[in-house]
Design a protein around this ligand. Sequence first.
Ligand code: C5P
Length: 364
Amino acid sequence: MVRAIVTAAGERFVTPLAVSALTGERVFTDLFSLTDEQEIGHIRLAQDCDLVVVAPASADFMAKMALGLAGDLASTALLATDRPILVAPAMNHRMWAHPATQAHRASLAARGVACVGPGTGPLAEGESGPGRMAEVPEIVEAVMSLLAGGPLRGRRAVVTSGPTFEPIDPVRMIANRSSGRQGHAIAAELARLGAEVTLVSGPVAIADPMGCRVVRVETACQMRDAVLAAGPADIAVCAAAVGDWRPETVSERKMKKVPGVAAPVLTLTQNPDILATLSAAGPERPRLVVGFAAETDHRDDNAAKKRAAKGCDWMLANDAVFGAPTNQVRLITADGAEDWPLLDKTEVARRLAARIAAVFGETP
Ligand code: C5P
């Protein structure tokens, strides 16, 4: 979850409404707004987070931070937080080079405030030099490395997500309705807990999760190859809806519909089972292999049988409702089963990642 505070200067560039549309959360602007105070309060706003990012950090705002001024909500929150702080400076190159700004930068650094950028290049005023805000991927990387002190630090994870596309000819394919939401949320959550995550994803219409290496594939065979290439991993979570079959032969040309000629018959062949392959991977086997079982009937029985048949450690049984934002799962392990309530997929991911972290936390 990202909560944004927009300063008065910031409001001249972007409206709080636009920021709110991006974060999906309400945006905070006013220190003295009673509504803000009733709903959350600036002290909680400052503390109820894993990290505070100041982007873009103007020369004026860096000066306020360095001096400990607290005249507005953003600077007050920064004075009230004891969470890690990352600044991404953005200003004119002469302002950046000014001894005052450099002194403020140094005093912030001495207090443990991390800094990403600025980059060098064309600036807003038509000049060029150091002062450009770091590119967003650089800021995300800096955020992830600051957060990487989590319980899964040093662990490698591979996560599969989304559907697979199995071509019939250059324009047709066998696909499924998986959105990738659950797998992507799990990858993001494992990364947030410090794991080094490779997400192998089929074609999806959602954004890449933060802090993960993403490998895009189409077919089940490509997904298997990418998963094996990403290993060895400590953790594998197979959340992709992998097509069970693919056409035995793929026509090089678009198959023609000829009037009076019967419809073609597709002969299918079995795809590799990535979850079963990983579970039987011998010395390279991830220590924890987790699968999903999307079932339309006899869900719990089928899922328990599937866990045994595939040889994975945990199986999450869920109803085969692809694309929904929520999921109701039953976690089946060697020790038994537990039903989780209907939860947002991000919350399922959070719980699962916490359970995974607990497994690794038990290691001496
Ligand atoms: O057999 P079924 O498709 O129901 O199994 C679902 C689980 O197995 C999921 O975790 C899915 O990602 C995984 N799977 C796989 N490779 C396949 C088929 C399923 O990894 N070919």
